[in-house]
Design a protein around this ligand. Structure first.
Ligand SMILES: [Zn+2]
Ligand SMILES: [Zn+2]
Length: 208
């Protein structure tokens, strides 16, 4: 099968980067923050087989119900604490962020970090990277040389740690631990802003 295609689509109220990893006629959707019709349109003929959430903040999950309804056979994966908060409008800050209560209704498959799965014919490894939240996961696809980092590491920056469950020291330690085991040429696709690489962040990220 051909190499996977990665599509980035800014969605929702805070322009989160929603990523579509399309492999053949199957796709994985990461952090559908909003704009469900546009995500579904971009999928084209590809069928979503898995939906992944990096963490429980509303800006990353505001279209989970709509996307799940469009692909009811797909599994939805996240950390167990993320699943609990996604299911609670009070805990995912949806009212604060968009003025509307939103709770994810779909049942999730738990990931704690350290797992290796095969999704859409692609190997995926999970990293538990707490510090921005205590339910943050990063998803590494070795076949695509790609890491989806959520709100942990950004191009030249790191996620905020002043929200509930945040811990700045822990965030830096956990990011460093993860980057140390990834090939330096790995592309890093963050939850907001431009993509980068492991090599660039190790050399020039002032927080690391
Ligand atoms: Zn966040
Ligand atoms: Zn975010």
């Amino acid at each position: 099968m051909s190499a996977p295609q990665i599509i980035v689509l800014p969605t929702g109220v805070l322009s989160v980067n929603t990523y579509l990893v399309v492999h053949g006629n199957e796709a994985i959707v990461i952090d559908p923050g909003g704009d469900a019709p546009e995500i579904i349109r971009q999928l084209g003929d590809a069928k979503m087989v898995a939906l992944l959430l990096t963490h429980s903040h509303y800006d990353h999950l505001g279209a989970v119900n709509e996307i799940s309804a469009a692909f009811p056979a797909a599994d939805y994966y996240c950390h167990p604490r993320c699943a609990a908060r996604a299911a609670s409008a009070a805990a995912n800050f949806s009212a604060e962020i968009c003025g509307e209560k939103y709770a994810v209704a779909a049942p999730s498959k738990p990931l704690n970090g350290g797992e290796t799965l095969k999704l859409a014919g692609l190997k995926m490894q999970t990293f538990f990277v707490p510090g921005h939240t205590d339910d943050s996961l990063c998803f590494y696809f070795p076949d695509a040389a790609a890491l989806f980092s959520g709100d942990t590491v950004f191009a030249g920056s790191v996620g905020r740690s002043d929200l509930p469950g945040g811990n700045g020291g822990q965030l830096i330690r956990e990011i460093k631990k993860m980057l140390a085991v990834l090939p330096t040429e790995t592309a890093v696709y963050p939850g907001h802003g431009e993509a980068t690489t492991v090599a660039v962040e190790l050399q020039s990220n002032p927080f690391l």
